[in-house]
Design a protein around this ligand. Structure first.
Ligand SMILES: [Zn+2]
Length: 149
């Protein structure tokens, strides 16, 4: 993603995975505010495990398939949650059609399936499309638990 620095106007390229690591402008060094622009992090077989294990924030992973209608209806909800929970929970997604290994590893039987990780450990999961309220509630719980350690 390309985000303009609010201070000097330089356009900064920010990798999706670095969104939650307090990005700074490459030119003037000011912090770049991503509020409202955060997008879910696309992960796959090569990086899912390492990302979830290494994230200091809890991570929600959406296992989806591009051809699945319910998954498509969930996508804008996840985009909005990625912003609502910015700096509290990382919202990530895995395309199960491209990344069979990850789906197998976590025993994904249908899409969408949402897995909630904290400190690299699976804490909660939801199968199917939850209501926005239910999803927000589960994310709050995940984030709160993270703060208590
Ligand atoms: Zn700048």
């Amino acid at each position: 993603m390309i985000v303009e620095c609010g201070t000097c106007g330089t356009k900064n390229r920010i990798p999706e995975k670095k969104q939650h690591e307090a990005p700074r402008c490459g030119r003037c060094g000011e912090a770049i505010d991503l509020t409202g622009r955060v997008v879910p992090v696309e992960l796959g077989d090569h990086d899912l495990q390492a990302f979830v294990a290494g994230s200091r924030l809890p991570v929600l992973v959406d296992f989806y398939s591009p051809g699945c209608g319910p998954c498509r209806s969930l996508a804008p909800v996840l985009d909005s949650m990625a912003n609502r929970f910015y700096r509290k929970v990382v919202i990530a997604k895995v395309n199960t059609e491209l990344h069979h290994g990850s789906a197998l590893r976590f025993g994904i039987k249908g899409v969408p399936t949402l897995l909630f990780f904290r400190n690299g450990i699976l804490h909660d999961q939801l199968v199917g499309v939850p209501s926005q309220a239910m999803l927000a509630d589960r994310l709050e719980k995940l984030a709160d638990g993270g703060r208590r350690g």
